[in-house]
Design a protein around this ligand. Sequence first.
Ligand code: ZN
Length: 330
Amino acid sequence: MLRKKYYINPETLRYERVKLTQRQIFRYVGLFSFGLISLAILMRYGFERIFPTPRQIIYQQENSTLRSEYAALNFELQEVESQLVDLRNRDDRFYRAILSLEPVPNSIRSAGTGGSVRDQHLMVIREPGMILDVSHRLDKISNKVRIQSTSLENVYEKALNTQHFLACKPSINPISPADPYWLTSIYGYRNDPFSGKRTAHHGIDMAGPVGLDIHCTGAGTVIISRLSGHGYGKEVVVDHGFGYTSRYAHLHDIYVEKGQKLKRGEVLGTLGSTGRSTGPHLHYEIRKDGRAVNPTYFFYENLSSQEYTLLASQASFPEGPYQSVAMSQK
Ligand SMILES: [Zn+2]
């Protein structure tokens, strides 16, 4: 409350009340109003603290629910992150390793993402830390998923290619193990049966009765089907792609034409003794990028381990004489 002020009037020699100027009155009224309003605001907030409004109660409940939801979300994010690490390890150490693909470099795996625009939006929230944390983790996860998905696409493509390659690569015996045949000449140097000189033998010779079915050893396209002018007699050459070709020579009959597509196991002709041959046999040859390779190493599928071991042991002695090794007398 304003105190009343007095002064001694020198003319009347009496105490007289000091009169306020208009400006002072305004100031006092202003101060008083300000105090009153501040008091009202304080009381309102104090009151609300003690007695929250229904709306505040709802907000508080929502807030608490959101916090516990955040905790649950956080836990799920951790789970997803650890699953991604697991997937990444399997991808690099297993899938990519099996298919001879290089692991995805760390620099690519841990590449950052631009989240600044969204961060700016989130800055208007009073406590953005919690949401920013989730938001950044989600960005990282989505980036990792994108990289992982690209990697798996590569793996899938490579697997399809590998599947195709496995279907094409010569990998069975050209004569069924159920048929009678025997190995008469191995791959490597030998005494030529005609000249007696030591010459390189670029394939293996498999003897058997004339007319025995000769099978294509991998999917491919016939590129030669003719009576050879080079001693091979009636021969078929199949291009398997990936740099591989196979030759079947001294055939009695040829069942396929140039340009024809063959599947593994398909009969392309019969065993014979045409061309430069001392008796009915198949000359079987595999070339990789034009260079002859040992066909013995390509019998993966229908050769018993015993036959394979015998063939491999014969092949490891290329200096041996022209010999006859009984392979299968079934
Ligand atoms: Zn031969």
